[in-house]
Design a protein around this ligand. Sequence first.
Ligand code: SAH
Length: 475
Amino acid sequence: MKKNDTFEVIIKDMGINGEGIGKYEGMTFFVKDAVVGDRILAGVTKLKKGYGYARLIEVLEPSEFRVEPICAISRQCGGCQIQNVSYAKQLELKQKKVWNNLSRIGGVAPETLDKVMEPIVGMEEPFRYRNKAQFPVGTDREGNTVFGFYAARSHQVIPVEDCYLGVEENAQILNCIKSYMDACGVKPYNEETGKGRLRHILIRKGFTSGEIMVCLVVNGESLPEVSRLIESLKDIKGMRSISLNVNTENTNVILGQETKLLWGERTITDCIHRMSETSLGIFESIGQGVDFMISARSFYQVNPIQTEKLYSIALDYAGLTGEEVVWDLYCGIGTITLFLAGEAKQVYGVEIVPEAIEDARKNAAANHIENAEFYVGRAEEVVPRWMEQEQSERRHPDVIVVDPPRKGLNEVCVETILEAAPKRIVYVSCDSATLARDLKLFLQQEYELKRVRPVDQFCHSMHVEVVCCLHRVNS
Ligand code: SAH
């Protein structure tokens, strides 16, 4: 076989990035946009030893799991890898992805997995769930200003009228900004020349409060005639915060260091409720919930509807009675920490970003939570220091919760946790491969895997969040 050869193949499986997988003449082919169960005509794009990549030329016989994506540009945009797969099948694929990683990378026995793995928590309505959108500003071929998404693996901006994962207000906000740019001659930033003003538009919405934040990322300190823009944006229902972020660096990091408030408040609020699952698998809110103030730069889970379920599962797994000391490592703005505080004796949060800890402390005060303390630093450095200190007795953890970024836990962090020997470890993960790698280290010591539950935070992508719980043997 050679490049551009065409062949017919039945897609038997799907890969970790949502690509279809099929076999042809003993070779495994990965085909983007093909769905498991499809019979397709494919064209070879790249050949390697024993495997290759192909593009989907034509669907000859569609899979029973294939659906028409509601977004017209889902194939070009890198965001939704599997919008063409029915939602029920998406959930099944993600459950399987976690199972496979825990088995292959984590070395967990299949019988154990079958016993401890609970069914993935899906959404009732898997669209319009994102509370945050970041639109790059670019120019189309005719020289018009466009907002959209970067095409997969490139920095070309594909214009987007409306993204169905985001909130409806996004389109209205972008319209206002476009009119202002056209009227005042504000040009989109061009990465190659370093010229042009507006780089990105960051929009956030608090789902429970209805409050909206717009942050304009600017190549410079200001925008001309910005009051005209503010006038039109501030009338949008829910508008609460309009700010300008300065980013003059030649970088693909979206936000710069400095954020200037142009109008309204620096933060918006959102409330996370404690949920309980009914016997029918429906999550219902119990209790008042915790309010969070969110600023432009802080990390906050992007799917607030699923976040309530995720944190509630984490809290159930922590098994708190009100007597425990709990450490929450990688705590961000204290979301999980403050959630835990309601059911623990004392909680300690650790986070590397100082502004996030500032927000965490403010959030604790605003919710009148007095049994939560926060520390800035790397988890792998702060925690060993705690262990050596005099008060280590008082701080000694009964339960440790971790929620690291995709790269997972640092080795020193794992060692320190093992040394602290808590009764339970609750691991919240956004990457089941690194989760599996880390779990293996705990399972080789005195811990047993008790419960695992994937949560679909990122519908239509192959990403999946997982919560799991380890118990220390004999404690
Ligand atoms: N638990 C929070 C945040 C999870 S995201 C929530 O659910 O909202 C992971 C967090 O880990 C980020 O806030 C990131 O800034 C932080 N982080 C990254 N590396 C870290 C490290 N070495 N030590 C402590 N925190 C770290």
